[in-house]
Design a protein around this ligand. Structure first.
Ligand SMILES: Nc1ncnc2c1ncn2[C@@H]1O[C@H](COP(=O)(O)OP(=O)(O)OP(=O)(O)O)[C@@H](O)[C@H]1O
Length: 212
């Protein structure tokens, strides 16, 4: 079994406080792992660290055997949504994704359109993102996280703002990503999301982790 994510004794201190304290856990390739815990417990910070966006104060994160900030500076293949998706408000949803896809140049127009269609957005919709509803922005964020078919997908509250039908669509989409071999970490305050989707669940409380 390949280990996709290995978090080894990670501590993050901010202004003298342990936001994360001695976190150790690992995720096998192809699993969906849920992180639950109260507001402010450190879930988003852990995602930022796993994505290579924030350096831990101590400890290491390895992704598919490569250690962040040592062997690699950034994860090779990661899709991420964090709590507040940042898009260019004056551009259409499609143009936002095109702009991001052009950075890596891994995918073309067809794959962008496919990702948008999968989440239930119309790639031909010319409206600016500023005219999108909260749920539409969330769908765009999910499309962006999956469009390049990354090996690792980090979804922080992916169902935020989604109606019941859209939640079911996203459940299926996440399962499909697992079926193609992706490893997925997700946070949710909704029990049903966790129970439906996750193979394993960890709880973060006051910066400490425990297996559920
Ligand atoms: N840049 C920062 N400066 C100071 N404190 C921070 C910073 N970023 C996060 N924190 C603190 O770290 C703690 C963990 O925050 P985090 O956003 O990871 O929580 P969370 O588990 O994702 O919460 P939620 O369920 O509300 O999304 C909080 O106490 C927060 O105030």
């Amino acid at each position: 079994m390949t280990v996709a994510v290995e978090v080894n004794r990670v501590t993050k201190k901010i202004k003298g406080m342990d936001v994360l304290h001695d976190i150790t856990f690992s995720v096998d390739k192809g699993k969906i792992v849920g992180l639950v815990g109260p507001n402010g417990s450190g879930k988003t910070m852990l995602f930022r660290i796993i994505a290579g966006l924030v350096k831990p104060t101590s400890g290491q994160v390895s992704l598919f055997g490569e250690t962040l900030h040592q062997t690699i500076s950034f994860p090779r293949s990661v899709g991420i949504i964090l709590e507040k998706p940042g898009f260019l408000e004056e551009y259409s949803g499609f143009n936002n994704l095109k702009f991001l896809a052009d950075i890596q140049k891994k995918i073309g127009v067809e794959q962008i359109k496919e990702a948008m269609t999968q989440v239930g957005l119309d790639p031909e919709d010319k409206r600016k993102v500023s005219a999108y509803s909260l749920g539409m922005k969330q769908k765009l964020a999910i499309a962006q996280a999956i469009m390049e078919e990354p090996e690792l997908i980090l979804l922080d509250e992916p169902m935020n703002g989604l109606d019941e039908t859209s939640v079911k669509v996203v459940y299926e989409l996440i399962s499909n990503q697992q079926s193609r071999g992706a490893t997925i970490l997700l946070t949710s305050h909704n029990k049903e999301d966790i129970e439906t989707l996750c193979d394993e669940v960890y709880k973060i409380r006051s910066g400490k982790i425990e297996r559920q």
